[in-house]
Design a protein around this ligand. Structure first.
Ligand SMILES: C[S@@+](CC[C@H](N)C(=O)[O-])C[C@H]1O[C@@H](n2cnc3c(N)ncnc32)[C@H](O)[C@@H]1O
Length: 216
């Protein structure tokens, strides 16, 4: 089963523990304390849209993408009910370029971390860079391999997994160990990683320039 099919099944059966019905406090803290100024924002793997809607309520011009048609339909319904304008698009971020580039801010909660292959994580990071403007920011919230829990939970990534994938394209501004926003008393551990796109990391066509990171 592909990742897309797996998520599709989980949305169909309602097995979506990540869907907490509210924006994640990690997003709110970073946007308000860093701060991230309102701009064009892209949420990758937006699920049913609570984080995108929060960003739009805070003056960001938001595009949310996901591969699940159920998630995108729910996100559209929620934003219509809240009378908030967001563009929710059914798209596979690893395979297609999202319209509206360049974005100033990219957010994902639990999408980057789903890729178990290092190549896919590198591809994901390169695609994020290709969607961002110069100095643009990416915040990812990802499962943390230091979470030694029994039973099911989010994918677990090490700090090294994250750094290896993102460093060619991004300067890491902060990488902290905390937890996911959750409705449960014992929320899964999470990495919160805020990054800034390296200068000159994409060419005019939006593909990634093949330059070493550190030049002497
Ligand atoms: C763990 S869920 C998190 C959803 C949402 N961010 C939230 O916090 O509620 C991961 C989401 O990523 C989506 N996804 C997985 N692979 C994707 C891809 N290649 N492109 C876009 N979305 C993807 C899934 O359909 C799912 O909605």
């Amino acid at each position: 089963m592909t990742i897309e099919e797996r998520f599709s099944e989980r949305y169909k059966s309602g097995d979506t523990p990540w869907d907490i019905g509210q924006p994640d406090f990690n997003l709110i803290e970073v946007v308000t304390k860093h701060p991230v100024h309102s701009c064009k924002a892209l949420e990758i793997g937006c699920g049913t849209g609570d984080n995108s809607i929060w960003l739009a309520q805070n003056n960001f011009q938001v595009t949310g993408t996901d591969t699940s048609d159920i998630a995108i339909r729910k996100a559209k319904e929620k934003s219509a009910d809240a009378n908030i304008k967001c563009d929710f698009i059914l798209a596979d971020f690893l395979r297609s370029k999202v319209e509206g580039t360049p974005f100033g801010f990219v957010f994902d909660r639990g999408c980057f971390h789903v890729f178990s292959s290092e190549d896919d994580r590198k591809k994901f990071a390169g695609n994020v860079a290709a969607h961002l403007e110069e100095d643009g920011l990416w915040l990812t919230i990802a499962g943390n391999a230091d979470d030694h829990r029994e039973g099911p939970g989010p994918p677990q990534r090490t700090a090294a997994d994250i750094v290896l994938a993102v460093e060619p394209y991004f300067m890491i501004l902060s990488l902290t160990s905390g937890h996911f926003g959750s409705n449960h008393p014992n929320p899964p551990r999470a990495w919160r990683c805020l990054m800034q796109k390296r200068r000159g990391r994409t060419d005019a066509a939006g593909s990634i320039a093949n330059r070493p990171i550190h030049q002497t």
